[in-house]
Design a protein around this ligand. Structure first.
Ligand SMILES: [Zn+2]
Length: 288
């Protein structure tokens, strides 16, 4: 359980790469910026972990030493509601991500559940539910106890991943962790968040369905986002005033509810915007 609000980037920040930092340097560099979370990007992985076990374990150790909370973003090549062969391959990819997450002691494997395709939404959901349960069984057989599966709310209307669907999956599958991508919800509903009540409603809904413990420690993604009638188009930085949603309003609600979320910046300015969000929350927290 996260013990206080935590912030960090989705992947290695460009400045770190420019400094020729290795993966093992990342936790200390984040700590130096006053950040305390990191989402490892396994987004192009296939059916096997694409990191060596020894490196993953050393990375997990460095993260712990520097008090950096780890999560892992699973492969983009996952579709748990596609055709049979696609589902089987997707399950293997998700299990590979969970295996590596356990090596590095990452708390959650964030993933995009899949696409409706031509299927009715209910049918797509059922396939996804079955596949997730099977992955959890595999994880148990592999001895993966700490890492949880984190289905994420999705920004495009053709993707499975409305708030209701994700809450259902978290209610119906064991070893799951809710992942709220606020920007995706904003884009999916074409501008959902403009007032403090818009955010409150979502949090109250989550609390009603999954309980107080879950709401206290939600795993979040945040960035500004551009959308069309089909939902998400692209991500923007926090400074770009024309785009929403506004992080400060979410920060007010986090401070009001005294939550301890993990907030991952998916902005093009990964760590810079993570620090900006941390500072905004600190301001709002001290007002309450
Ligand atoms: Zn994602």
């Amino acid at each position: 359980m996260a013990d206080h609000p935590r912030f960090g980037p989705a992947g290695v920040p460009p400045a770190f790469r420019f400094m020729k930092a290795t993966l093992l340097d990342v936790p200390e560099l984040l700590c130096g910026e006053g950040l305390d979370a990191f989402e490892y990007e396994a987004v192009h992985w296939g059916k096997k972990p694409q990191v060596k076990r020894e490196l993953a374990e050393r990375f997990g150790f460095e993260a712990q030493e520097n008090d950096v909370w780890l999560s892992l973003h699973g492969s983009y090549f996952i579709n748990l509601c596609g055709e049979r062969g696609i589902i089987e391959a997707s399950k293997q990819r998700l299990s590979a991500c969970a295996t590596a997450a356990e090596w590095m002691n990452a708390h959650v494997v964030v993933f995009h559940p899949g696409f409706y395709g031509k299927k009715p939404k209910r049918e797509a959901f059922k396939l996804c539910l079955e596949a997730m349960r099977e992955v959890v069984e595999t994880m148990r057989a592999l001895g993966i106890k700490n890492a949880k599966l984190g289905p994420e709310t999705m920004g495009r209307l053709y993707q499975l991943g409305s708030l209701d669907e994700i809450l259902n999956l978290c209610e119906m599958v064991e070893q799951t962790q809710l992942v709220i991508d606020w920007s995706h919800l904003h884009a999916r509903d074409r501008g959902r968040f403009s007032t403090i009540d818009d955010y409150r409603k979502v949090l109250v809904d989550i609390e009603d369905r999954l309980g107080t413990e879950v709401i206290k420690n939600i795993h979040c993604h945040f960035t500004k986002i551009e959308f069309t009638e089909n939902g998400e188009r692209c991500h923007h930085t926090l400074e770009e005033r024309h785009f929403g949603p506004d992080f400060r309003i979410l920060a007010k609600v986090i401070a009001e509810f005294r939550l301890n979320p993990v907030i991952i910046s998916e902005s093009p300015l990964l760590d810079i915007d993570a620090m900006r969000m941390r500072d905004i929350l600190q301001e709002e927290w001290s007002k309450n």
